[in-house]
Write a protein that binds this ligand. Structure first.
Ligand code: ASP
Length: 293
């Protein structure tokens, strides 16, 4: 990849390594932990100013958010990928890689947490999501927008630096609790949830309709799950907007957690990491409240 973009040598001194070689549809918690531990090691090296991670686009937002929550540095960590294969006309990978290095090497990128750069835009790991299956402009931050852009090798940020304070320190070999996502739809079958309860999931993220609403076929099962100590997070299958506390669902009564600005896949990551610290739903809600839109 690097030899395909020799111009990178003009803006940074690079060392490269390969942690895994997979399609990102096959990512899992073990790889996130391995990646996070290695990134943390590198962030602690005095001779490293920033890190670029090349990643498949399918789950890039999850890996970026996992790193956001498990690293704590002022140095830039930037993920990038390609929407078009390298063999296609106008492949976007080389420019995306160049841009990612330009961002990681830029002084102004300091203290902005983990970022994703795609198609000349810079996004925070917290806000970014893949919004289109095939377009080169697939990555967007539907609520907060991009935090900067790249033109030529000029990197411009349009937001002030922001130090993300919520960090879950993780060690190599740690096993994350079992957390699943149930996707809601008209007439949802209770089996979708009872399976998780019977199989001892510690947390369930509900990708609900609208503002995280729950179908009557599964509401009582989730309510019972929460009573038994399973953490239930109400997120939404809607692409933008928050899931707010105490809207149509009485969260205080049922001990459900509202996902605020996090989509189901990011809610799952925060819930897994939260469960390494606490099983108290109010404390977990406080973590999610850090993502109020
Ligand atoms: N399925 C691929 C992946 O995410 C697509 C891509 O590389 O963008 O790994």
């Amino acid at each position: 990849l690097l030899s395909a973009v020799p111009q990178i040598g003009e803006i940074a001194q690079i060392t490269a390594e390969q942690l895994v070689n997979i399609g990102s549809q096959d990512i899992d918690e073990e790889i996130w932990i391995k990646l996070s531990c290695r990134v943390n090691e590198l962030l602690n090296c005095d001779d490293i100013d920033g890190i670029v991670i090349t990643h498949g686009t399918d789950t890039m937002e999850e890996s970026a958010f996992f790193l956001q929550l498990t690293t704590n540095s002022t140095k830039a960590v930037v993920l990038t990928g390609a929407m078009r294969p390298s063999t296609s006309l106008s492949a976007d990978g080389p420019l995306n890689l160049y841009n990612a290095v330009a961002v990681a090497a830029c002084d102004d990128a300091s203290d902005r947490g983990v970022m994703v750069t795609m198609n000349n835009s810079i996004f925070s790991a917290t806000d970014v999501t893949k919004m289109h299956t095939t377009d080169i402009d697939a990555f967007q931050a539907p609520e907060n927008g991009k935090i900067g852009s790249i033109t030529g090798s000029k990197v411009t940020f349009n937001t002030p630096p922001y130090h993300h304070t919520l960090t879950f320190p993780i060690k190599d070999g740690i096993k994350l609790p079992k957390v699943g996502i149930v996707y809601s739809y008209g007439g949802i079958d209770p089996d979708m949830v009872t399976f998780m309860i019977e199989n001892k999931y510690r947390g369930i993220v509900h990708a609900g309709v609208g503002n995280g609403n729950i179908h009557k076929n599964i509401f009582p099962i989730l309510e019972e799950g929460a009573r038994e100590g399973i953490l239930i997070v109400r997120s939404s299958r809607v692409a933008a907007g928050p899931v707010t506390l105490e809207n149509e669902v009485d969260d205080n009564k049922y001990h459900f957690v509202a996902s605020q600005g996090l989509n189901p896949q990011k809610s799952r990551i925060l819930l897994m990491l939260s469960l390494t610290k606490t099983h108290n739903w109010e404390e977990v809600q406080r973590y999610f409240n850090m993502f109020v839109l």
